[in-house]
Ligand binder design. Structure first.
Ligand SMILES: [Zn+2]
Length: 415
């Protein structure tokens, strides 16, 4: 419970209380003389007033301290890990922008942008060194920011016309080796190629990806790993000798569980995107932010301690309720539509207020996701913040969404 109202109203209430208690109206003759200084006759009453004001001041100070600030447990930000040349700028950005904004979870898409010692054959040409990562770790620790490094597992093993490092080095892991990556990539295409997947039943794939996972979690000194696992379109392919004819939901759940179990025995948690666990057809949400390839029943087959990052970029879909009702911790994710991000913040607070005690805390908060590089986002935010009239700036941008979402969190959590 809190005392609502501004200072003027409070002062008036206090003044009335004082007048009632002391009987001192300030009237000493015709007309009101509220501002009259006390003479000898009124000095006794004046002392009583000073004493009462002192007591009220003490009472109000103590009362204010008892107010519990209601906030979201996760005030998150997800972005590609910086390029090697941008590390110092990124560290300053964490220190000077993310931390003051109250960001307490930072998901970094690392993929192969790290000098993996376990599998040097998978490194990008230029990568972050261990020293670079430790700079990020140091500033995160300084601000109590949880780091969640991400490597895309299962899906997203290619992007447009380029194959990802895993399938480049280990082509035998490809779920659809018969599908060639075109020189001139276009969507839609005859192969239904969005991104390649690895085959979750290939006997050699986990030995490799678990090494990467263990190494990245260790160097980031954290207990959480984000496996991506979004937009998996190639699964249970009818030409895969291991997966053909199998149930897509069972294959998907099997892969999630395998990754989760590997982390769980080390006391670490799996985070992932939620789209493959939502029925795209029944909900009308469709093939991107939900599943149209029969993976959604996996929601009832995976362990409940997987943290679901539920991304919706065009509408604030109410799917977090479904995840929470199934027993998962869930975080709403926005991208570049400010109204969607702001509504997701409001929904989170509403669910945390009105759901049952059993469910409230599963609504963990929000994440602003950025799908361009770190440097581009920092440039965009700096230009936006420097603009005199922000309403004249292009609004459909992740930095505008970021500012509006975090302003909304502050407004609701401190009102
Ligand atoms: Zn397969």
């Amino acid at each position: 419970m809190r005392f609502e109202g501004n200072g003027i109203v409070k002062s008036l209430i206090y003044a009335i209380i004082i007048v009632q208690i002391t009987g001192w109206s300030g009237k000493s003759g015709p007309g009101l003389k509220i501002c009259t200084l006390p003479n000898g006759k009124n000095m006794k009453k004046f002392k009583r007033i000073v004493l009462l004001l002192g007591m009220l001041f003490l009472f109000q100070s103590a009362y204010t301290q008892e107010i519990v600030k209601v906030d979201l447990p996760v005030r998150g930000f997800a972005i590609a890990a910086p390029q090697k040349t941008d590390v110092d700028r990124f560290v300053s950005f964490m220190d000077e922008v993310l931390a003051p904004r109250g960001v307490n979870v930072l998901i970094l898409r690392v993929d192969y942008n790290y000098e993996f010692k376990s599998h040097p054959e998978l490194r990008n040409k230029v990568t972050l060194s261990e020293g670079d990562v430790k700079k990020i770790v140091a500033v995160a620790r300084k601000h109590g920011m949880k780091l969640v490094p991400q490597i895309n597992l299962l899906g997203h093993q290619s992007w447009a016309g380029s194959l990802g490092n895993l399938l480049k080095v280990y082509p035998e892991f490809d779920e659809t080796p018969q599908v060639q990556i075109p020189v001139d990539y276009k969507w839609p295409n005859e192969d239904g190629l969005y991104c390649k997947s690895y085959c979750p039943l290939h006997p050699g794939v986990h030995e490799v990806v678990f090494d990467l996972m263990d190494e990245i979690v260790e160097v980031f000194e954290t207990d959480a790993f984000h496996a991506g696992m979004d937009e998996v379109f190639y699964i249970a392919d009818d030409k895969c000798p291991r997966c053909s004819g199998r149930d897509a939901a069972e294959l998907f759940a099997g892969e999630v569980s395998k990754i989760r179990n590997h982390l769980q025995v080390q006391g670490k948690k799996l985070w992932m995107w939620g789209d493959r666990l939502i029925d795209g057809k029944t909900t009308g949400i469709g093939m991107w932010e939900a599943s149209m390839n029969n993976t959604y029943r996996a929601i009832d087959m995976i362990p409940k301690d997987v943290v679901i990052c539920d991304w919706h970029y065009e509408r604030p879909d109410q799917t977090p309720v479904m995840f929470a009702m199934k027993g998962f911790d869930v975080i709403s994710c926005a991208w570049k539509t400010p109204q969607v991000g702001v509504q997701q913040v409001k929904d989170m607070f509403r669910w945390r207020e009105f759901q049952t005690e059993a469910m409230k805390d599963r609504f963990q908060g929000v994440i602003l996701t950025v799908w361009s590089g770190a440097a581009g986002f920092i440039d965009g935010l700096e230009n936006y913040m420097a603009a005199e009239d922000k309403s004249k700036q292009e609004q459909s941008q992740p930095w505008v969404t970021f500012v509006q979402m975090f302003d909304t969190i502050d407004k609701i959590s401190t009102k």
